[in-house]
Design a protein around this ligand. Structure first.
Ligand code: 5GP
Length: 116
């Protein structure tokens, strides 16, 4: 499929990715350009372009993504010291991949509010 997102291609095994978590609804992979010592993205298998495209039927999935953020942060040893969770939305939000994803960053003192 020509318009398949890069994250769908990683999820489908067409291009490599480092998976740290997988379930029936979502995956978590390491960011290829980490902004922190730990930088993981939690990504729904369903290729929803962004938060702006969530539909009522995605209600449970949206909540599930946050529960997986918590799980991955614990797994990565971030839970005690703290970490940052970022979702970029659209052009002015700095979103570069049009497939909803939740950044989980930590492992150093973070400043500002972004992924850069
Ligand atoms: P956004 O800017 O859309 O919020 O975040 C997209 C993120 O995806 C960026 O942090 C970027 O480094 C990451 N990324 C882009 N292409 C790839 C890829 O092919 N593999 C992985 N693991 N991460 C990617």
């Amino acid at each position: 499929m020509a318009d398949k997102t890069i994250f769908s291609r990683i999820i489908d095994g067409e291009i490599p990715g480092t998976f740290v978590y997988q379930d029936e609804h979502c995956v978590a992979i390491r960011d290829i350009q980490p902004a922190a010592p730990v930088h993981v993205m939690v990504i729904p298998r369903k290729p929803i372009p962004s938060i702006a495209h969530l539909e009522p039927e995605d209600h449970a999935l949206a909540g599930h993504l946050l529960m997986v953020v918590k799980k991955v942060a614990q797994q990565e040893g971030l839970a005690e010291r703290g970490y940052r969770v970022v979702i970029n939305v659209g052009d002015e939000g700095g979103q570069t991949v049009p497939h909803l994803h939740v950044h989980v960053m930590g492992g150093r003192q973070l400043t500002g509010h972004g992924t850069a």
